[in-house]
Design a protein around this ligand. Structure first.
Ligand code: MN3
Length: 206
């Protein structure tokens, strides 16, 4: 039987300082993310799908294929699991600050330039009411990149969009250090974006 596990981070909790503080990272990873891992495993057992052959992103893409009684829990915990897994991967100490390659070209096509993209993404993130995520996604249907938001732990996969980069806008992601200064959290986060990873993710799609 395969159970989901809390993924290991490739950097220490204090290595995203001063942008994301060590205490927030530690609690976010070991408590919040762990609770989504546990909730996902439990939800899969409850619908007897603990040995589901597909990875959670594929399950989220076709939620209607699983029993209705488990859909809401799998949407929440599965989304929470996968959203956070990607969130850790898309951050890195000493981020390279700018995207490159084909992703940079696409950002220029759809958002004029990188600064304008950052401005729109930040404004969109700050427009979220309550808990949620802001995303750069690839929309395969229209073959284009887009900025979207999702509520709670809803995943872009459930909208058939591929998440490339996501920003956690739940209070647990920033409150210890930034309190109500949400714009400062968003500004700081840009410094630790792992554009290499995000760009490679995009290249593999196109
Ligand atoms: Mn979170």
């Amino acid at each position: 039987m395969v159970f989901y596990q809390l993924p290991k981070l490739s950097y220490g909790y204090d290595e995203l300082e001063p942008f994301i503080d060590a205490e927030t990272m530690k609690i976010h990873h070991t408590k919040h993310h762990q609770s989504y891992v546990d909730g996902l495993n439990k939800s899969l057992i409850e619908i007897s799908a603990e040995s589901h052959p597909k990875y959670i992103s594929a399950i989220l893409s076709e939620l209607t294929s699983i029993p209705e009684s488990g859909r809401s829990a799998i949407n929440f915990f599965g989304g929470g699991f996968e959203n956070h897994r990607l969130f850790w991967e898309t951050m890195i100490p000493n981020g390279d600050k700018i995207p490159g390659g084909t992703l940079e070209d696409q950002i220029d096509v759809y958002f004029d330039n990188f600064d304008n993209f950052k401005k729109i993404f930040s404004e969109t993130a700050l427009s979220i009411q309550g808990s949620g995520w802001c995303w750069l996604v690839f929309n395969a249907l229209y073959h284009k990149i887009e900025i979207i938001t999702t509520s709670n732990q809803d995943s872009p996969w459930t909208l058939n969009k591929t998440p490339l980069l996501g920003l956690d806008m739940w209070e647990h992601a920033y409150y210890l250090k930034y309190q109500n200064k949400k714009p400062d959290y968003v500004d700081a986060w840009w410094n630790v974006v792992n554009w290499d990873y995000v760009g490679n993710r995009f290249s593999e799609l196109s």
